[in-house]
Design a protein around this ligand. Structure first.
Ligand SMILES: NC(=O)C1=CN([C@@H]2O[C@H](COP(=O)(O)OP(=O)(O)OC[C@H]3O[C@@H](n4cnc5c(N)ncnc54)[C@H](O)[C@@H]3O)[C@@H](O)[C@H]2O)C=CC1
Ligand SMILES: O=C(O)C(=O)Cc1ccc(O)cc1
Length: 367
């Protein structure tokens, strides 16, 4: 592991999923990480998994950086407290919304003049649909976007320290204004969350016989519907104006679709459906590939594995031996059979050789 770009202690306020993941990542760089959380159990679990040492109020602390990893609706207060308590530290927050927090900070009389020079709003675009330190992963941010939203007050030094945090955690740094950030995440994060929840809520009272036919399409579209309601109430509320703009467009399209499907054989109806699907194809093809690179088309292959311990690890090890990089992986189970179907995506040029080699090694590959 390369040495850190930071040198002093890092204080993490809020040791849930994100705070503990940041702690784990920074500890792996050898940094001194101090964790504080009003929930004693969240703090204790984060310490136990190795995300840092427990904050001791009586002990003097001079952190180089304070990372506020608290829920969005308390983040501004916690940032303000940290700016006051640690007058030489840079303070960043990582909340999912940026404009509302900056506005709250700007409206505070309690802050010392110039204190906001040491603050940078940031947002790692990585997370999980689970919360709490138990779900934390030190590699969570690896190759994922991390947005820095410096304000007009942020100093060059504060921006550099915020940048170092993201780089230390192997993230890919982007720089947006708070306003640009909120518009972007309304589209790429908040709209998908709302749509996933809307689709999944249709399933709540559906017959279980229908659900037994569920496949990857449904799983892909609804994965984030398992997200923490308490967090999302805060995120959606804080970014409502930006999200509304996009949802008005969705409503127009949905109304059009309902009209079309009300008379599916009417002249023009099929063209309208084709257009809607094509627009979806166009949008989907614009989602960047890994590491923020250009959209990348991968080839998928499916390998049948016995449903017993160690099989997937063995398969992945052998793919590694063959010298092919797995770009993505998902699992499905064949209803009623003791086999799993592992779907693997690889660069198209690698697919044929990989199928041949896996088959020669005795794996059942579905073409
Ligand atoms: N969950 C996700 O996937 C992502 C979340 N975020 C942002 O990260 C922040 C934390 O979210 P998670 O770690 O997912 O939530 P979490 O619920 O796992 O952890 C939040 C922690 O903050 C603590 N906390 C509550 N009030 C506090 C206060 N006044 N001071 C310090 N700590 C306090 C809670 O006790 C809890 O342990 C949120 O602002 C969220 O918007 C950003 C990117 C992804
Ligand atoms: O689970 C996923 O795919 C996510 O996209 C998680 C996520 C949740 C909230 C954020 O502010 C950023 C990322």
């Amino acid at each position: 592991m390369n040495p850190s770009h930071l040198s002093g202690a890092v204080l993490v306020l809020g040791s849930g999923l994100l705070g503990a993941s940041i702690g784990l990542g920074l500890r792996a760089r050898g940094l001194d990480v101090v964790l504080s959380d009003p929930s004693p159990s969240a703090q204790a679990v984060a310490v136990d998994i190795g995300a840092g040492r427990a904050f001791v109020p009586a002990q003097e602390l001079h952190p180089e950086l304070v990372v506020v990893a608290a829920p969005p609706d308390v983040s501004a207060q916690v940032v303000a407290g940290a700016l006051t308590q640690y007058p030489s530290a840079v303070v960043v927050d990582i909340a999912s919304v940026k404009g509302a927090i900056l506005a709250q900070l700007e409206a505070m009389d309690s802050l010392a003049p110039g204190a906001l020079a040491r603050y940078v709003g940031t947002h790692p675009m990585a997370g999980r649909e689970r919360s709490g330190p138990v779900a934390a992963r030190g590699e969570l941010f690896n190759s994922m976007p991390w947005v820095l939203c410096p304000s007009e007050f942020s100093s060059a030094h504060a921006i550099k320290v915020a940048h170092s945090l993201a780089i230390d955690l192997d993230a890919v740094v982007f720089r947006f204004t708070a306003e640009e950030h909120d518009a972007a995440v309304a589209l790429v994060s908040h709209l998908p969350q709302v749509m996933a929840s809307l689709v999944a809520s249709r399933l709540a009272e559906s017959p279980s016989a229908a659900l037994s036919l569920s496949g990857n399409g449904l799983r892909d579209v609804t994965r984030i519907a398992a997200s923490d309601p308490a967090l999302w109430v805060q995120i959606l509320g804080a970014n409502a104006p930006k999200l509304l703009e996009i949802m008005q467009g969705v409503r127009t399209d949905l109304d059009r679709l309902i009209n079309t499907l009300s008379a599916p054989t009417a002249p023009g109806a099929r063209l309208d459906l084709a257009q809607l699907m094509t627009e979806g194809n166009e949008g989907q093809s614009r989602i960047p590939g890994k590491h923020g690179g250009p959209p990348q088309q991968y080839s998928w292959l499916t390998v049948l594995v016995d449903d017993k311990p160690g099989q997937i690890a063995k398969l992945l090890t052998e793919i590694g031996e063959i010298g092919v990089n797995v770009e993505d992986l998902r699992m499905d189970h064949s209803a009623g059979l003791q086999v799993g179907m592992v779907e693997i995506s690889v660069l198209p040029a690698k697919r044929v050789a990989l199928v041949e080699e896996l088959t020669a090694r005795g794996w059942k590959v579905l073409q």
